[in-house]
Design a protein around this ligand. Structure first.
Ligand SMILES: *Cc1c(COP(=O)(O)O)cnc(C)c1O
Length: 466
């Protein structure tokens, strides 16, 4: 399988190189040149498979040039055996034909574990083969950092440096990052905000001379193709559990960078019958505004009760725009260069096509809290604020009550206790047993000034063979 850039100018790459690259050299994102397609008979034959085995069936076409089948199977077995539920992605019923898929049974209690637990193993496998080393540098406002650290803690060929804004992530989120002990794990608290952290990462990828040519940077944010790939699997899993592929499904997806829902779009293109995909956003609603009015325009960042969806632009949306433009890289490049300067629209027939593929809704903090409270009162089931947005959007956008509606449950409620108490509930979400002592564990992090040279100097000095 070859991978091509959404901006049409960078060279096509194989899986190994795509794994180790961040952005393409032309500023685009890598996507598969063509997708595998599975027949209904083939998908049906997967019914009842354990999660790791299903993951193998869905993902192997993407990696087969780089990894022998047995090695890949072993990697998947290890990846998904660390989840705390035997079904890995269990379904919980909310109402007649309405479900939440719990994607928070991994080590850091958010869906990002599905991809990042695998990514760590993939990186180490490829780097061992090539006798190479990489430095992962990433910025986090919370969930990505902890999942990436957890995914890379046992990697021999990877040092990981995660930047978070000093005193601006929740205590649970900070402790999930800073209490993981390992020589290759480095937490940096930057005296700035999340955008400052992200800017430093971007600048460092653009000029890696501070590493002295002895190692290279690798990306763990959702522009990395391997993350999208791993998220396709659970759409198949949910469908098969509820009678697919012999009936179609609807999914509602709490959306920030458009990675998770893009995986659902790909599952559909690969042959899974999906009749509805709902983009659920919070007040940072650039995607909902685009879907309702064909205007793609950045607004100020709003801080909400669902911080993992607080974004101004959705980086993975570029991958959809590429398809909407008939995979014309030059057109995407032109559009996104204009979008960086001001509002843009796309041709009407392309936009109408997008509206056939997706529905959308934006949910504010008050409605998020109302939803958490309603669902708890109806079912004694606690939603985290991100999942609550998904459930609300699912109910608002639903087209056909005969089609099962599945909301992706993206985080465990104990990660976001503030939203639960703001919803007026007295119940306190409990951390699962494997994390019950989180507040007693020793923390390790370094506070640095809001200065890229200081951060780069720290990295140059602290990676393994520096
Ligand atoms: C990252 C995240 C999201 C958004 O996912 P995208 O792939 O960026 O759209 C939603 N909910 C939670 C809890 C997250 O951590």
């Amino acid at each position: 399988m070859r991978y091509i850039s959404t901006r049409g100018e960078a060279p096509a790459l194989g899986f190994e190189d795509v794994l180790l690259t961040g952005l393409a050299t032309d500023g685009g994102l890598y996507v598969p040149e063509s997708l595998p397609h599975f027949s209904v008979e083939e998908i049906r034959s997967w019914r009842g498979l354990p999660y790791a085995e299903l993951a193998y069936k869905v993902m192997y076409p993407f990696v087969e040039d780089a990894i022998p089948a047995d090695d890949f199977r072993k990697m998947l077995d290890e990846t998904y055996s660390v989840f705390s539920h035997q079904a890995v992605a269990p379904l919980v019923q909310l109402d007649t034909n309405e479900w939440v898929m719990e994607l928070f049974r991994g080590p850091t209690l958010a869906f990002k574990d599905f991809a990042l637990q695998l990514l760590g193993r993939l990186l180490d496998y490829v780097l061992e083969k090539r006798k190479q080393h990489v430095v992962i540098m990433g910025a986090t406002s919370g969930d990505t950092g902890s999942a990436a650290i957890e995914g890379c803690r046992r990697c021999e060929h990877v040092d990981i440096f995660i930047l978070h804004p000093y005193q601006r992530v929740s205590e649970v989120q900070r402790r999930q990052m800073t209490t993981v002990q390992g020589d290759n794990i480095h937490n940096i608290a930057v005296k700035g905000n999340f955008d400052d952290c992200q800017r430093m990462v971007k600048e460092s990828f653009g000029n890696q001379s501070f590493l002295g040519g002895k190692t290279q940077l690798a990306a763990v944010n959702s522009i990395n193709w391997a993350r999208i790939m791993a998220q396709i699997v659970y759409y198949f899993q949910a469908s098969l559990a509820l009678g697919g592929p012999d009936r179609s499904m609807a999914f509602s997806v709490p959306t920030g960078n458009f990675g998770d829902i893009f995986a659902g779009y790909l599952a559909k293109k690969m042959g899974l019958p999906i009749s509805q995909l709902v983009i659920a956003t919070n007040r940072n609603d650039i995607l909902h505004r685009f879907m309702s009015g064909n205007k793609y325009e950045q607004h100020q960042l709003e801080h909400t009760l669902s911080p993992s969806m607080d974004i101004m632009v959705s980086s993975n949306f570029e991958r959809l725009l590429f398809d909407l433009h008939g995979r014309d890289g030059a057109a995407v490049k032109d559009l996104l260069e204009r979008a960086a300067k001001g509002p843009v629209s796309i041709e009407d027939y392309r936009w109408k096509h997008a509206r056939k593929l997706f529905d959308s809704d934006a949910v504010d903090d008050k409605t998020t809290c109302d939803t958490i409270r309603d669902i708890y009162e109806q079912n004694e089931y606690l939603l985290d604020p991100h999942t609550a947005i998904g459930v609300r959007a699912a109910r608002n956008c639903r087209r056909d009550s005969a089609v099962p509606m599945i909301t992706l449950g993206t985080a465990h409620p104990a990660k976001f206790p503030d939203a639960i108490s703001e919803s007026g509930l007295v119940v306190k979400p409990q951390l699962p047993a494997h994390m019950a002592d989180l507040f007693e564990r020793e923390e390790r992090y370094t506070v640095l000034d809001n200065s890229v040279s200081e951060v780069q100097g720290f990295i140059a000095k602290h990676w393994k063979n520096a």
